[in-house]
Write a protein that binds this ligand. Structure first.
Ligand SMILES: *Cc1c(COP(=O)(O)O)cnc(C)c1O
Length: 365
């Protein structure tokens, strides 16, 4: 059997009783979309993250789009973001007809840095998206948030890979003007289908997001907001998320243990390992190597799956190349050639973890 990078069957079987209970509760009630389960989960998740408002939506990309619109991003708004985060934020910006302003990232963390965001704002960026990529909180997030406030530039945190990641005890998603989360099944807090949420402390952004997720309604059948969508979280997914949320911290702890074991035991001169701090919520364990294909082949001879997050930077995507074809982001482009994701999920057995270590260490380049 192949060791997957994330085994959803193992996850589901571990939580099967909780999931069955959640589904039965919704079916028995017969209220299927935007009902009491969504309200209950929204309240619990807002409290967990430490903000006052949570608005459930259809998926993480819709959460990005709706939050950005609610923050005032519109057609032609210049928005600073990284180009190594899977094209999700770019998809949202293109839906709004806003203008992505790509900023290169740090080679060690794969994250944006304060100095680069400062430069982007000086160059005219009117909003900022910060992605807590791979589950490591962006180290500069607090300073970036201050910088944005000082400059009157709204900042959104994309937390789709970092549910429960903390800096000094404070959850990511509570630093910016708003945050977006995805509950896609593979995420650290994953549903059994699509789901997403917008988190914010700001009542105006919350009210706008609330209207934008459903036809622009401020109340039933009264459409007041423009740029609205139909993007709702359904009751079964919300009920499942309410059952799984209490396990999130323990599962993140397990992911940190796996990452720490890899860091202590993988020793290979050609493989650079990521560092996850105390508050991290490791989502993807992404190493770097100059011979990615060689390592992938070697791992697959051990029946170990691997993947690449992400092989094509946003500014190099074919659908997007007309505007950015000549743009150069050297670190982002280098990362896209060198990154490789190894298995890391909370249901991994210790024998699986040891096998990954043995496989990487025995790779002869
Ligand atoms: C998964 C993901 C998204 C998109 O979420 P969907 O629910 O698939 O739309 C957005 N941003 C990041 C960083 C992600 O990993």
């Amino acid at each position: 059997m192949v060791l997957l990078i994330n085994d959803l069957r193992a996850r589901i079987s571990c939580h099967r009783a909780d999931i069955d209970r959640a589904i039965a509760r919704v079916i028995d009630r017969g209220w299927l979309v935007l009902g009491p389960e969504v309200c209950t989960f929204e309240t619990a998740f807002a409290e967990y993250v430490g903000v006052s408002h949570c608005i459930g939506v259809g998926n993480g990309t819709d959460a990005l789009e709706i939050a950005l619109r609610a923050m005032g991003v519109s057609s032609g708004t210049k928005v600073a973001l990284a180009a190594n985060a899977g094209f999700y934020a770019t998809t949202a910006l293109l839906a709004i007809a806003a203008l992505p302003h790509y900023v290169d990232v740090d080679i060690e963390t794969s994250h944006l840095r304060l100095a680069d965001v400062k430069e982007a704002i000086a160059a005219g960026a009117e909003a900022v998206v910060i992605t807590h990529l791979y589950g490591a909180p962006v180290g500069d997030i607090s300073d970036i948030a201050h910088l944005c406030v000082e400059n009157g530039v709204p900042m959104l945190e994309d937390c789709a890979q970092a549910h429960g990641a903390r800096i000094d005890g404070r959850c990511v998603g509570s630093f910016g003007d708003a945050a977006s989360f995805s509950f896609y099944p593979t995420k650290n807090l994953g549903a059994l289908g699509d789901g997403g949420a917008i988190l914010t402390r700001n009542r105006t952004i919350a009210e706008k997001s609330f209207a934008l997720r459903q036809y622009g309604w401020t109340t039933k059948y009264l459409a007041s907001a423009t740029g609205a969508r139909n993007s709702r979280l359904d009751e079964i997914q919300a009920a499942i998320l309410s059952e799984l949320l209490p396990f999130l911290d323990a599962e993140n702890l397990r992911r940190r243990e796996i990452a720490a074991f890899y860091l202590a035991n993988i020793k290979h001169p050609e493989v650079a390992l990521p560092k996850f701090d105390e508050g991290a919520a490791p989502h993807l364990y992404v190493v770097r190597t100059k011979d990615r294909e060689g390592l992938r082949k070697h791992l697959s001879s051990f029946d170990i799956a691997s993947d690449v997050h992400y092989p094509v930077p946003d500014h190099r995507q074919p659908c997007h190349s007309e505007m950015y074809g000549s743009m150069s982001l050297p670190v982002t482009e280098r990362l896209s050639r060198e990154v490789l994701t190894l298995p890391c999920f909370s249901e991994m057995h210790s024998s699986d973890i040891e096998l990954v270590v043995e496989a990487v260490n025995s790779w002869v380049r």
